[in-house]
Design a protein around this ligand. Structure first.
Ligand SMILES: [Zn+2]
Length: 285
């Protein structure tokens, strides 16, 4: 079997605070170890079920150079590097294609606007205050599942913060889910140590593989066309986003990107968000 593992960081073992999420933060180096341990545990579980599995890991958080390569399981390959559209038009899903049999999402968090959600946001916390997919508010895992679905690939396992389970089960009741921590608020949680999560993740990944072989998971298809409607925090961000060809303005702060599949709509949305982030130099502001 060929498995694609999309990896974010806010839902990784022990990660609760912004100072663990970027290289300049005090807790980043330790969080990299926790994250790499989570990914290795999932890989070990995949290989328990299929020792010849082909595994592609998609770095999906911020600078997208977070996993410690020299500690990663030798049977995996990793998609490394930032998600500028010229590099990775599918952002954290770059590397998936129709040859993949199963997708897993590891280290994820609840969507922007989730009350009390731990490090909750949707793709770009400084820009996106709400992301809709065909008129439904969605988080990153649901968008990623729809992108995987566009390639005929089902989502089997999600690992993340406990309140994410409620968000996922609403549209994917069959999913295998492991919570790494019990959320208390936006930057605090009751955490399981790596010695617990690594056992739980390995077991869950193995179970997910066995369930997948039995046909438990179906590709997430929406359509026949997909429209992403993105609301930004400031009018200027939407002004810049709609300068991307094909992007449609809805109102002051909302714009729309459509395509025949979620992957097509996402590629356009990601280019629009890159434009939204493109602030003029300070002397021109
Ligand atoms: Zn992230």
């Amino acid at each position: 079997m060929k498995v694609f593992i999309a990896v974010d960081m806010e839902g990784a073992t022990g990660v609760v605070h912004h100072d663990q999420l970027m290289p300049e933060g005090r807790g980043y180096a330790v969080a990299q170890r926790y994250l790499t341990g989570d990914v290795n545990a999932v890989i070990a579980g995949i290989l328990d079920a299929d020792h010849e599995a082909e595994i592609i890991v998609g770095e999906g958080h911020a600078i997208m150079r977070n996993i410690l390569l020299d500690e990663l399981h030798p049977q995996a390959q990793v998609v490394v590097g930032p998600a500028r559209p010229a590099n990775k038009p599918l952002c954290q899903m770059e590397g998936i294609d129709g040859s993949v049999d199963l997708c897993m999402c590891v280290g994820f968090h609840s969507k922007a606007g989730t009350p009390g959600g731990l490090l909750a946001h949707t793709f770009v916390g400084s820009v996106v205050c709400n992301w809709m997919m065909n008129d439904k508010a969605v988080g990153e895992v649901e968008v990623d599942a729809a992108i995987a679905g566009a390639f005929g690939v089902p989502l089997g396992l999600v690992v993340g913060n406990h309140e994410l389970e409620h968000e996922i089960r609403a549209w994917h009741p069959e999913v295998e889910f492991v919570s790494t921590k019990q959320t208390l608020g936006p930057s605090a949680a009751i955490c399981r140590p790596p010695s617990w999560t690594r056992v739980a993740l390995r077991h869950a990944a193995r179970t997910t593989m066995e369930r997948a072989k039995d046909g438990a998971f179906k590709p997430y298809h929406i359509g026949p066309t997909v429209t992403m409607t993105i609301e930004t925090y400031r009018r200027e961000m939407t002004d810049r986003a709609v300068s991307e060809h094909g992007v449609v303005r809805v109102d002051d702060r909302r714009f729309q990107c459509s395509g025949p599949t979620a992957a097509d709509a996402f590629r356009l949305a990601w280019r629009a968000i890159a434009r939204a982030l493109d602030e003029p130099a300070s002397f021109l502001q």
